[in-house]
Ligand binder design. Structure first.
Ligand code: SAH
Length: 232
């Protein structure tokens, strides 16, 4: 069975959005993966279809209600569903390529997108949600974060990326950033391509790329050299 994504959101019309284009979009159209959205508001129980309420203890904003969200999750991901249940959250573990690979190797994902000030903590505990962050900044909602995560995962699914766009030499593979890339024209605004790349010597090209990747990583992301996150 192919990878199944279910996204719980207040804004189902945002999907597939960017996931409907290019590699991910083509694979979606061909059944290489599937995407369903659940409108959280359909699981509200009152006349006003409310999904949020004021924070206990006071303070600004609104909090998404545990009871409404639980009904949405239980409908989308009943007991026995092997797919991890994620909550997009700036408090979560920052997403890495190792996580992306792990998700891509699994049966799919159920992803809850927060809005407002976030979701009632009791829901996170009771439904075993795994909080995942896409970076140390605050978005206005989890939808763009979910799209980011799914984009990264879907391109790794079998058959989605052509051989031409192979993932084997990318940034984060082997714990390094990618080496610089060049293409024609050979000279542009007086700038030339490093001669080794047009030398035809594959061994030298590989050594140059490796050295460049290491230097770039040391300069920009020394934390990657120290980290062993299992990507290799
Ligand atoms: N008050 C919260 C932020 C709420 S932002 C706090 O300070 O932690 C509203 C929603 O946007 C969140 O519930 C989450 O689903 C999403 N979101 C915001 N920033 C995110 C990030 N960096 N990664 C993943 N999701 C994020």
């Amino acid at each position: 069975m192919s990878f199944r994504a279910t996204v719980l959101t207040l804004f189902p019309d945002m999907f597939p959005g960017p996931l409907g284009f290019s590699l991910a979009g083509r694979a979606l159209g061909e059944g290489g993966w599937s995407l369903d959205t659940v409108d959280i508001r359909d699981h509200a129980s009152d006349r006003h279809r409310s999904v949020d309420d004021t924070p206990a203890g006071g303070g600004p904003g609104m909090v998404m209600r545990a009871d409404v969200l639980a009904r949405a999750i239980d409908a989308a991901s009943p007991e026995g569903d092997a797919r991890p249940r994620l909550l997009m959250s700036p408090r979560g573990k920052p997403l890495t390529q190792a996580d992306v690979k792990r998700f891509a190797a699994g049966p799919g994902l159920t992803i809850l997108c927060g809005r407002f000030e976030g979701v009632d903590e009791r829901l996170i505990e009771a439904r075993g949600l795994v909080e995942v962050s896409v970076g140390d900044y605050v978005l206005s909602g989890g939808e763009v974060a979910a799209m980011t995560l799914l984009d990264a995962v879907v391109r790794l699914l079998p058959g989605v990326m052509g051989a031409a766009e192979s993932a084997s030499e990318e940034s984060f593979e082997g714990g390094l950033l990618e080496y610089p890339q060049y293409t024609r024209p050979a000279e542009w605004e007086g700038r030339t391509i490093p001669p080794v790349l047009t030398s035809g010597d594959h061994g030298k090209v590989a050594a140059w790329r490796r050295a460049q990747a290491e230097a770039l990583t040391r300069a920009r992301r020394p934390d990657l050299l120290a980290r062993d996150d299992g990507t290799d």
